[in-house]
Each structure stands twice: as C-alpha cells, then as structure tokens.
Design a protein around this ligand. Sequence first.
Ligand code: PRP
Length: 188
Amino acid sequence: MVESFHLKSLSEEDKLIVSKPFLSTEQIQQRIKELSAEISRDYEGKKLLSVGILRGAFMFFADLVRSIQVPMEVDFLNVSSYVKAETSGEIKIHTDLRENIRGKDILLIEDIVDTGLTLNYIKNMLLERQPASLRICAFLDKKPRRKADVALDYVGFEIPDEYIVGYGLDYDNKFRNLPYIAIFKKSL
Ligand code: PRP
C-alpha cells in the first residue's frame, strides 16, 4: 500500500479507495519514455504544436513534452463535457487556443478517451482551422466505452471499463495530484 502526502487530506474511506496503484509511477514514466521516443522520431523537422486538453491532461502533458526531443510550441484547450454529453456529444469550451494553428503540425494530448465524444468534437473543430496535420496522443484508452470512432495515433495504456483517478484524472475534481493511476471504487 502506498502512503504518501498526496493522501493526507483524504478521508479514511477515500484513502483506502485510491491507495493501491493500478498503474504505478514507474510504469507510467517508462511508457512515457517509449511514447516520446516514437513522437520525437515522427516529428523530426515538423512544425510541432503540442496542445494539452485541460484539465485532466495537465500531468501527462507536462511529463510527455519534457521528454520529447524535438522543438515545439505548446498551447492548451480547457474543455469539459456537459452532463448530457454522452447523448449530445456537445462539449463546453472554457478557454480556446491562443495560437493560430493554420499550417502547423498539431499533436493533441489527452488524458483519457472514454466515449470519444470530447476528442471527436475537438478534432473536428480544429480541423476547420486548417492545420498541416493533426494527430492524437491519449494516455489512457477505455475502448469498451467508445461511442465516437476517433482514431488514436499514440496510446499509453488500454484500460478496462473502470472509474480511474490520479495522474490528472479526477473524481469530483479530487485525486488529480496522485502521481499514479488508481481504480476508484466506492462502496455504497
Ligand atoms: C474528461 C477527460 C476527457 C474526457 C473523456 O474530461 O479529461 O477530456 O472526459 O471523455 P469522453 O471520451 O467520454 O468524451 P472532463 O469533461 O471530465 O473534464 P476535465 O478534464 O476537466 O476533468
């Protein structure tokens, strides 16, 4: 069992729920090394603009971009799915990009692809702005829940249909700062 300052503010119940890593810090960092090596090869000589999708992707984004070995620009989209997004596919854009992406090679960096509706919406929105290319790197791919068929170019880990927290991912905006991924199972 992992005991760290990340868990100190949590209730005893929450502590038990998230104290066992599903993906450890070491596993995550090893996979990031592999992904970033592949991305560095693919983007040699390109006009790379890495776009992080907030809030969930902030930690993966920071680890991944610092490991990528080619020059890049960075920007962020802050979005969230509406409660009814699973049926409507409508996404709320809280903060749009600051950069003009026309003619640039965009790498969208996302924490998790669940239904795929968020990425599908963002991808279509950004393609209208005529980037030179657009690829997607997702840290976690929860394939069993997919509703929109969105192609992923780089994937960290495929995961089962479980509620996941940590490493940027939340339950009610909590647990994002855990340095590992845990399965969040609440006993009712
Ligand atoms: C989460 C996650 C992805 C999206 C994936 O974001 O970070 O962006 O949901 O779900 P989907 O594939 O079913 O669309 P959320 O809307 O919870 O906002 P957050 O990143 O700020 O937590």
